[in-house]
Design a binder for this molecule. Structure first.
Ligand SMILES: [Zn+2]
Length: 338
């Protein structure tokens, strides 16, 4: 099997992303969840969300556990899907959703094993995947991620497309072990290959391959049954998403179980369907970008119409997705001359 690797892109854009960010919110993939922090704002100009409202959202969240294969489980709660491997060596955790859910997540892990969490891997830096990092880091769980995840978690990350800012994490919540291209865990009788792909959903994406169990956690390089979020301000693009999915498809077979970042547990066919959908949409939008259509004109042309029902997307969701794809294909305007 080959896991193609490409050097990570530098973080030149981080400095200018930080400059000028005033509101502290929590960029994540779940617009229903209030942003973190009293200064949070979901959209520019909307009122800040009070901390009490945030915790009320999480009070009702239940963590649901589904077996995948070979001692691996997926935990569904709120935010990015969590992968867990349990066995003789302890628990290996992939992502940790939101801080108020940490105790519930730990209880779900304890129901699977009486052994401790030995490692936490972050698939990327978004708040709905790393929100429990500070809690777990303070409990001495070593956190592992691609180099760019640690860099981004050290500073507030403003996203001009959504108007949200992902707040930096305290040092306890940042990865203490990072890798550029790949790292392998030898745990619970499996060789777990974690590899970075060229910027796809973000510039710090990692895909996790349990080689013996034949299970893959795609992080947010795969949204199963819906349009993906693509963080174009952090290096993501629809081309990158398609390329990352192609890399993963190459080492899968029909028995591979695939944990998406969001949506239900899938398989190779589900990933292929998502990949083909993205390629189809890209091929509709790209000629319009080349023809210098504006974002509004592209949205009006409804380039996703053939896929909206399959992605359970209403008009507003489809329009938002088109605008993100468009933004990823159009370089920002150069700064005005003084
Ligand atoms: Zn994400």
């Amino acid at each position: 099997m080959s896991h193609r690797r490409t050097p990570s892109r530098s973080l030149l854009i981080v400095g200018c992303m930080i400059a000028g960010s005033a509101a502290i919110a929590f960029a994540h993939d779940d617009p229903a969840v209030p942003a973190r922090g009293a200064l949070a704002q979901a959209q520019p100009g909307t009122p800040a969300t009070a901390p009490a409202a945030q915790s009320a959202v999480f009070d009702t969240v239940q963590i649901r556990t589904q077996p995948v294969a070979g001692g691996i489980y997926v935990l569904f709660g709120r935010g990015g899907n969590i992968g867990v491997s349990v066995g003789d060596d302890g628990a290996f955790l992939i992502d940790d959703q939101f801080a108020p859910l940490t105790d519930k997540i730990k209880a779900a892990v304890t129901a699977l094993t009486d052994k401790p969490i030995r490692f936490l891997l972050n698939t990327h830096y978004h708040g709905d995947h790393v929100g429990g990092n500070e809690n777990l880091g303070r409990q001495w769980v070593p956190i592992v991620a691609q180099d760019n995840v640690r860099k981004r978690l050290a500073f507030d990350q403003y996203n001009p497309t959504t108007g949200r800012t992902t707040a930096a994490l305290a040092p306890a919540g940042r990865p203490v072990i990072t890798f550029r291209d790949t790292i392998t865990f030898h745990m619970n009788g499996d060789s777990v290959i974690v590899f970075h792909v060229a910027p796809a959903h973000t510039d710090g994406d990692a895909i996790v391959h349990f080689t013996r169990a034949n299970v893959v956690h795609m992080g947010d390089c795969f949204f199963n049954g819906r349009y993906p979020v693509i963080d174009v301000n952090a290096g993501g693009s629809i081309d990158g998403m398609i390329a990352a999915e192609d890399v993963a498809l190459r080492f899968m077979n029909d028995s591979t179980r695939v944990i998406p970042g969001h949506g239900p547990l899938g398989d190779k066919a589900a990933l292929k369907a998502a990949r083909d959908m993205l390629a189809g949409i890209r091929d509709r939008i790209r000629p319009m970008v080349k023809a210098k259509k504006t974002a509004d004109e592209v949205v009006l042309a409804r380039p996703t119409a053939d896929w909206d029902a399959k992605a359970s997307a209403d008009t507003a969701t489809a329009a938002r997705f088109v605008r993100v794809v468009y933004a990823g294909m159009t370089p920002p305007a150069p700064p005005a001359k003084r």
